[in-house]
Design a protein around this ligand. Sequence first.
Ligand code: XMP
Length: 317
Amino acid sequence: NFTPNAFVDDCVKDLQEKVGSDKVVLGLSGGVDSTVAAVLLHKAIGTNLYCIFVNNGLLRKNEFENVLEQYKGMGLNVKGVDASARFLDALAGVDDPETKRKIIGNAFIEVFDDEAHKIEDVTWLAQGTIYPDVIESISVKGPSATIKSHHNVGGLPDFMKLKIVEPLRMLFKDEVRRVGATLGIDPELLGRHPFPGPGLSIRILGDITPEKVRILQEVDAVFINGLKEHGLYDKVWQAGAILLPVNSVGVMGDERTYEKVVALRAVESTDGMTADWVHLPYEFLMKISNEIINKVKGVNRVVYDISSKPPATIEWE
Ligand code: XMP
């Protein structure tokens, strides 16, 4: 029987023993796991925890600024690094989904490594790894395969030579949320939908341009804010919008338009391994569709994804 209070007490004590007065660096993503890991460590070692939050230019609209503010409000020692241009430059002209993921993974490692270097005498790397991640990496990929695949032996970035501390590695997601609640983390942050590391890049089918990112951020914001306003956000496991690589004909006044199509996706799931599309109310879909087409320049058609996983995946790439 899991008791979050007891977990926090034990974990803080363990962390203090393990880390002592050493410095720890941690990458924040805005997600639940890295945030809870950071707050636990902060409770244990205070300002010896150095958090880094990287803007890869593929986050949701205003997410970087908003989440950074929120982290600062929580007393975390966090440095926001806006590396948008670097990621978007590296992605220019790339349309293959796995290549996008590799480019983003590599760019993240480079940016994080540069930043970690600026912290004198740091000896630990903290991660928000949770139990399902541990299982998955052992059974599917082998430990650390994801990171190793990008780097030859000997070519490892320096931060990877750090000792690893993973305070949540024995916890399931719901337990992480309960620990977060015990730690006083904002329920809104704890209830956030999962968001993939490669961000909007895998929701822009085909190549990525700053203009496409802008369009998708606007569309996504209308959809997500709409879900919140209509009390639907917490009934959905994950939701987002996808920018399709086709134009369709429309009409505006007496002008013919030829503009982008976006798909909306909302799923119910427990772990992301299987998922059902959510039967969002027609009234809601109608309102959101109108709002997107009226507000977002460059989009003249909205479709709703009614595919479940399997055989479809949650993301389109
Ligand atoms: P799929 O599309 O495989 O997604 O049904 C299942 C869950 O995983 C997320 N996802 C990713 N998360 N890096 C991530 O950190 C990725 O490359 C990635 N691809 C998919 C997806 O958002 C969903 O929650």
